[in-house]
Design a protein around this ligand. Structure first.
Ligand code: 4NP
Length: 162
């Protein structure tokens, strides 16, 4: 991460496959957690794939976020690009596949640090956030639990008092 992070606003990108389930939920959880903590940051999310570009988050993800007091309905899916590796300080991938695909297009002089989301959580390093897309409705609650833990870890990391 960049060295002036204690004074500069961090820029964090959440990454998954389709950018309609996990990463928009992570973006929503982080926006809400940082607003509650009074910490300024820039957030965005993207997918490694392009199938859902321009689409809003999956309706089940929107419903889960809404239940948790977070509105993600205005988000629109986009695909990860090389420019993201300079625009963001930190790119957090939902799983190993997303991490591998990101590193495959990472420019050699990229400034962003690229990590797994759950590497921020003690004892969960190396784990992926389970993709709820093909599963049952309650999978979205499990995804929310993971991404809100990631959001809390980011608040702790970037808290001026932390
Ligand atoms: P996400 O979930 O990567 O968490 O947004 C998925 C969304 C769409 C697809 C796969 C995963 N898909 O194959 O269309």
């Amino acid at each position: 991460m960049r060295e002036d992070r204690e004074t500069a606003k961090p820029a964090i990108l959440f990454l998954c496959l389709g950018n309609i389930c996990r990463s928009p939920l992570a973006e929503g959880a982080a926006r809400t957690a940082f607003a509650a903590a009074g910490i300024e940051a820039t957030f965005d999310s993207a997918g490694t794939g392009d199938w859902h570009v321009g689409h809003p988050p999956d309706h089940r993800a929107q419903a889960e976020a809404h239940r948790r007091g977070t509105d993600i309905s205005a988000l629109r899916a986009r695909q990860l690009s090389a420019a993201d590796f300079y625009r963001f300080d930190l790119i957090l991938a939902a799983d190993e596949n997303n991490l591998r695909d990101a590193l495959a297009i990472r420019p050699t002089d990229a400034t962003a640090e690229v990590r797994l989301m759950l590497d921020l959580i003690p004892d969960r390093g190396g784990e992926g956030v389970i993709d709820p897309y093909y599963g049952r409705e309650d999978g979205f609650a499990a995804t929310w639990a993971d991404v809100s833990a990631v959001a809390a870890a980011l608040v702790a990391e970037f808290s001026p008092n932390g």
